[in-house]
Design a protein around this ligand. Structure first.
Ligand code: KIV
Length: 281
């Protein structure tokens, strides 16, 4: 039996003996160890996150909004996802790379989902896929898992259904909705999902789901008790403009840092200060 790989970021990530697997996440939950997941959309961010030992990188379809400038995740195509997933997979040999299946590439049922997920692994180089929703997605999850494709579920605020929700709103607030979400989480776990993202649900519900199922939950706006937490790269680093959801904590203000650097470059070029002798041949 292989010993588990740490899911913690440490000074000595180079000492890691092997890439992280979905079983390491389950073992982390059993040990009560919390872990981080981050979105990643390109080679250089993926290489940095991998080097730092972040155990799970999500090539989220949020890339439609933060990288491609769409209003929502709905327009994102599988080809766009594959393009970015390939870059992330090239940069991250150790982390679990999860490729989001975009809207319209799996809702038709298990066969469509299997075709899309197969492309995500074969062409995108992902280790796993993520898909949104409970209900009919339970059968889809079981089909993919039976085919050897690890599946991450996603419940609560599922952004691909923004048109049905009528906006980005907290989900699972009333008793019926909370009961349904608990049921969906149990059914996805039973179908073989290796982890479940819980987005924008009351903390108490995040805690109840986490206690009710054996597979790790990964929260984003789901309170402090989920097994893991995920944030979008641009939000965490202070690159996003406009009003941010309450759950976002900005750990840096890269927008200001980058603005300062760009202004300095533009003005040094205008003044003839750059390039200086040491920058020339
Ligand atoms: O697309 C995404 O980035 C996501 C996370 C916010 C969980 O689904």
């Amino acid at each position: 039996m292989e010993s588990p790989v740490s899911v913690h970021v440490s000074e000595n990530t180079a000492a890691r003996r092997r890439p992280v697997s979905i079983h390491d996440l389950r073992a982390a939950k059993e040990r009560g160890e919390k872990f981080a997941m981050l979105t990643s959309y390109d080679y250089s961010s993926a290489a940095l996150l991998d080097e730092l030992g972040v155990p799970v990188l999500l090539v989220g379809d949020s890339l439609g909004m933060v990288v491609l400038g769409y209003d929502s995740t709905v327009p994102v195509t599988l080809d766009e996802m594959l393009h970015h997933t390939r870059a992330v997979a090239r940069g991250a040999p150790n982390a679990i790379v999860v490729g989001d299946l975009p809207f319209g590439t799996y809702q038709d049922g298990p066969s469509q989902a299997l075709a899309s997920a197969t492309r995500m692994l074969k062409e995108g180089g992902a280790n796993a896929v993520k898909l949104e929703g409970g209900g009919a997605m339970v059968e889809v999850t079981a089909r993919l898992v039976a085919a050897g494709i690890p599946v991450m579920g996603h419940l609560g605020l599922t952004p691909q259904s923004v048109n049905q929700f009528g906006g980005f709103k907290v989900q699972g607030r009333d008793d019926d909705a909370a009961r349904q979400l608990l049921e969906d989480a149990g059914a996805l776990a039973e179908a073989g999902a290796f982890a479940i993202v819980l987005e924008c649900v009351p903390s108490e519900l995040g805690a109840r789901v986490t206690a009710a199922i054996d597979v790790p939950t990964i929260g984003i706006g789901a309170g402090p008790d989920t097994d893991g937490q995920v944030l979008v790269w641009h939000d965490l680093l202070g690159l996003t403009t406009g009003r941010l959801p309450r759950f976002v904590k900005q750990y840096a203000d890269l927008r200001s840092e980058i603005s300062g650097a760009i202004k300095a470059f533009v003005s040094e070029v205008a003044d003839g200060e750059y390039p200086a002798p040491e920058h020339t041949y």
